[in-house]
Ligand binder design. Structure first.
Ligand code: XMP
Length: 530
């Protein structure tokens, strides 16, 4: 994994498989301090090489007594670098330094009140008590030498412990979660006052360094990027444009399954505003011809994915031809492919779900482009979380409409048209979708939800319009809130807004006489209908 320039303050987070490890990393970055997640079994020597200002040991589902329990290299505790153990991290610290950890089959789960002892460095300035949130099984029952209790709860005399001389700190609860309302201040105490980190992780400094790194990697070679109009590829394109100017060419493929005016927006923003060299490929006919008669969801997805690769490959060959004709920079090929891979895709993490210590290799999002295309990858935002990518986009001058847009699936409207995808059905769905988006925007709901879109069912039903009987299509509204798309719930939209969307769709979209609202959560449903 590439690391950022060493001049930065840095907190290293050792991942013991907690579901909250990424949240810890984000909380630290919100303090404007760079944080990096590494595997739990990193050696003390490797840690030293990375020169962190501080180390956080994450929680995890294991018990220190499990045979397969992930353990820390105990040398880490004597490097002189401040360490904060959280939950399982605290038990590890106590276990390795000579304390007692008591096995407990029963979890202590939920809210509690923390009583803080005088003189604690970790809780400095936070007053005598705090609301906190627990989720742990085992607990520390005797302290290692040199430690004292820094805080207690009703159930535990050692809810937080410190060894100020050794710069070792630990908490049994979770300061990183929202249910610990002042957890942010606890982490700030650790990061600023104990680790002496500077607030030097800002998007301004990231842009400068990222541009430098891109130039270093790419030299004077040419880079191609598949621009989808989504946040990640758009921000990556804007960053590369800044770093290497005309060495970047973006390919935007219209697969005929896009939302209304999508191709226009992308061409306007990137072609006209950013002056990115943009190759627009209208392959709608090819995709629609392939999808003719296809109703199986998986088959639709496969056909679309495969065709995208064909079209992209063909487009890069055409680019080379164009370059030869126009003498565009050098005549050489496109050596690099840029992608908007994000940090959650690259973190190597230990598995969760009862299998501690077993390593899951990070899944690498290569956007489905085959290895035989022989590109070297440029992934300039692979250190960033989604919210950081959005900040970066705004700072680079991308409009809010792009930076804060909702996710849109690669196979596009094809997975929102159940049954066969035809030009007529696409046109019905696009019109309905445009109404959903415009009503969500004008009521200020668009940016408050994860996704809001229309789905066209292969179901017709009877209705009445004027004096006429109708027999027309059904539109479903799918409007969900979610943190990361893994789980989701339907949004309790105001009835008036639902009524307005429904009335407008039935009145304005020819071929629709019924609108339903999807009130399923994920799981058991998924967000998209196919
Ligand atoms: P599901 O439907 O699985 O979707 O609950 C979860 C999130 O992923 C998006 N999604 C996709 N994104 N290519 C993408 O880039 C895809 O094939 C794809 N399928 C689903 C979906 O919109 C939701 O945000």
């Amino acid at each position: 994994m590439k690391t950022i320039a060493p001049a930065h303050s840095k907190i290293l987070i050792l991942d013991f498989g907690a579901q909250y490890t990424q949240v810890i990393a984000r909380r630290v970055r919100e303090c404007q301090v760079y944080s990096e997640i590494v595997r739990f079994d990193i050696s003390a020597a490797e840690v030293k090489k990375l020169k962190p200002n501080g180390i956080i040991l994450s929680g995890g589902p294991a018990s220190v007594y499990d045979q397969e329990a992930p353990h820390v290299d105990p040398e880490i505790f004597s490097l002189g670098i401040p360490v904060l153990g959280i939950c399982y991290g605290m038990q590890l610290m106590a276990h390795h330094l000579g304390g007692q950890v008591e096995f407990s089959a029963r979890r202590e789960y939920g809210a509690a009140v923390l009583h803080i002892m005088d003189g604690s460095k970790l809780f400095e300035g936070l007053g005598p008590q705090l609301d906190i949130w627990n989720s742990h099984g085992d607990k520390v029952t005797a302290l290692p030498a040199g430690f004292h209790a820094a805080a207690r709860t009703e159930n535990s005399p050692f809810a937080a412990i410190e060894n100020s001389e050794g710069n070792l700190f630990a908490v049994q609860f979770h300061p990183e979660v929202a249910h610990t309302p002042r957890g942010r201040e606890i982490l700030q105490n650790f990061v600023y006052h104990i680790c002496h980190c500077a607030m030097d992780w800002t998007m301004g400094s990231f842009i400068e360094e990222a541009c430098e790194r891109i130039r270093c990697q790419v030299g004077d070679e040419k880079v191609v990027l598949g621009l989808s109009g989504g946040v990640d590829s758009s921000v990556t394109a804007a960053l590369l444009r800044k770093a290497i100017g005309e060495q970047l060419t973006c390919i935007f493929v219209n697969n005929g399954l896009l939302r209304a005016r999508e191709e226009e927006i992308v061409q306007r923003v990137f072609g006209e505003n950013f002056h990115v060299r943009l190759k627009y490929v209208d392959a709608s006919d090819r995709f629609l011809a392939l999808l003719k008669g296809v109703t199986d969801p998986e088959r639709k997805r496969k056909l679309i994915g495969k065709e995208f690769i064909n079209v992209f490959q063909h487009a890069t060959e055409e680019l080379l031809e164009d370059d030869r004709r126009n003498d565009h920079r050098k005549h050489g090929g496109y050596k690099f492919l840029a992608q908007g891979t994000l940090y959650p895709d690259v973190i190597e993490s230990v598995s969760i779900g009862g299998n501690p210590g077993q390593v899951i290799k990070s899944h690498h999002n290569v956007g489905g482009l085959p290895e035989k295309m022989h590109f070297e990858l440029v992934e300039p935002v692979r250190q960033l979380f989604k919210d950081e990518v959005r900040q970066l986009g705004l700072q680079l001058g991308l409009p809010k409409e792009i930076v804060h847009r909702q996710p849109f699936p690669g196979p596009g409207l094809a997975v929102r048209i159940l049954g066969e995808v035809t030009p007529e059905r696409l046109s019905i769905l696009r019109e309905a979708d445009t109404i959903v988006v415009s009503e969500m925007e004008s009521s200020d709901w668009y940016y408050r939800v994860w996704q809001s879109f229309a789905v066209l069912l292969p179901v017709r039903s009877v209705g009445v319009m004027g004096d006429q009987r109708t027999y027309e299509n059904t539109i479903v509204l799918r409007i969900v809130e979610s943190q990361d798309g893994m789980t989701a719930d339907w949004v309790r939209l105001p009835y008036e807004l639902l009524a307005r969307i429904s009335a407008r769709i039935s009145n304005e979209v020819r071929g629709v006489n019924r609108v339903c609202y999807d009130i399923s959560s994920k799981p058991p449903s998924t967000i998209e209908w196919e």
